[in-house]
Design a protein around this ligand. Structure first.
Ligand SMILES: [Zn+2]
Length: 432
């Protein structure tokens, strides 16, 4: 299949100095084969008119729990531990494989509409999530979130191994399987060590929650005399390429540890704010050379998976926190949401920028909107003025997933209706 996107503005996200180019993008099968000028003799099977639009790399949601869309606006304005133990965990205990599939498909519809082509998911019933990725055409790193101690939960390690065997590299290479011990406060040291061994054995990355709340850090200091990040270093977690979600409450030594081991920080500004956990010092992290990626976390603590909102918040919150309007400029926010995510997920040789030879994961933004006129600086426009609803067309792995605001890869209306019904039934079943 050969696709030509004609006459469009192009933000490749390769080099800030390059700015915006104008021209065509040619795609053959899953790859970009030309940017700017159409290659000689290129005959397109499908032409997309790119006029008054901007092409950029698909956004990468580096930390989420997609099926939690079924719990959207179900429990809000509660402290983290009350929210988890009294509201979320009882509901999650009642989730069926079908619920996870529908919740994930609902989120995939949302992610396509909001310009995201890749997500990094940690949840359970991951076979259902993998099926949703295969059917819908998006890209994902998937990991079974594991809670366990030295005697309980050990079967989850074997589940993860089987899931890796069944799905790693599948769906035309769009699925990568990682290993996910949930967090230091939900897993024993012995369990975490076993997860690390498994990850080394399968040659995967690790996806974990670290230092999300002050409570978690203080508890670790009281019980073990070290921060969660120091503890993970001591357990050998960072011997494996790791993506650490949150990293909100860090001591000076923690920053050094993350830097030393090349840990990527998966930053979730909306979720951290909504759960009252505060602000991750990502400006400092970036200054130190730590890779920062952007995520939404699950839809029950956000309450959407809109990466445009996260970029906007990322740029604004850090200026406010640092008292410095130059902190996280617009280009940096875009970079965090594209290449930062690709690096964190270990797929930066394939996606994250628009380059010849890379996978055709790209989105087209409709520029013909009142809040996007005039267009002085398209980079600033994307972060400070654009809305996710300006995303008009989405391609992933060279396939058109949405064109002119219409999702092509599955029946969106049907998924919305079925997910809505599943969510209502879930609450009825689990709330006594
Ligand atoms: Zn999370």
């Amino acid at each position: 299949m050969r696709i030509l996107i004609r006459d469009t503005a192009i933000l490749r996200m390769v080099d800030q100095a390059e700015g915006v180019l104008y021209g065509d993008i040619a795609i053959e099968d899953d790859k970009i084969v030309a940017i700017g000028k159409m290659p000689e003799g290129f005959k397109a099977d499908h032409v997309i008119d790119g006029k008054k639009q901007l092409a950029m790399p698909g956004l990468i949601n580096a930390h989420t729990h997609m099926a939690m869309s079924l719990m959207r606006n179900y429990a809000d304005d509660l402290p983290l531990m009350t929210w988890l133990s009294e509201k979320i965990w009882p509901i999650e205990a009642g989730l069926t494989p079908d619920d996870v599939y529908l919740g994930t498909m609902l989120s995939i519809a949302e992610m396509i509409r909001t310009g995201c082509t890749t997500f990094n998911d940690m949840y359970f019933e991951m076979e259902e999530v993998a099926k949703a990725v295969e059917i819908s055409g998006v890209r994902a790193n998937l990991s079974r979130g594991m809670i366990g101690n030295d005697t309980e939960g050990l079967e989850k390690l074997e589940n993860s191994r089987a899931f890796h065997k069944a799905w790693n590299g599948k769906a035309d290479g769009r699925i990568v399987v990682d290993i996910a011990p949930h967090a230091p406060y939900t897993c024993s040291d012995g369990f975490i060590k076993k997860a690390v061994e498994l990850s080394k054995d399968l040659n995967t990355q690790i996806h974990i929650h670290l230092s999300e709340s002050l409570f978690e850090v203080n508890e670790s200091l009281e019980k073990y005399g070290v921060t969660p990040i120091k503890k993970m270093e001591d357990l050998g977690v960072f011997d494996v390429k790791t993506g650490a979600a949150h990293c909100v409450h860090l001591q000076d030594e923690d920053f050094e540890i993350l830097k030393k081991h090349g840990v990527s920080v998966l930053y979730n500004p909306s979720s951290n704010l909504k759960l009252g956990n505060g602000f991750a010092k990502v400006n400092k992290m970036i200054g130190m050379g730590i890779n920062v990626a952007l995520g939404t976390d699950g839809s029950s603590s956000n309450n959407n998976i809109n990466m445009f909102e996260e970029m906007h918040l990322c740029a604004l919150v850090n200026k406010g926190v640092e008292g410095d309007p130059t902190a996280i400029p617009a280009y940096k926010a875009l970079e965090i949401a594209t290449m930062g995510g690709a690096k964190a997920l270990g797929i930066d040789s394939e996606v994250g920028t628009l380059e010849v030879g890379k996978k055709a994961d790209l989105i087209l933004i409709d520029l013909n909107k009142p809040h996007l006129i005039p267009q002085y600086d398209l980079v600033a426009m994307l972060v400070y003025s654009a809305a996710a609803s300006d995303v008009k067309t989405v391609l992933c792995n060279g396939k058109v997933l949405m064109q002119d605001y219409e999702i092509k890869s599955f029946d969106e209306k049907l998924i919305l209706a079925m997910a809505d019904e599943a969510a209502h039934n879930l609450v009825k079943r689990t709330q006594k």
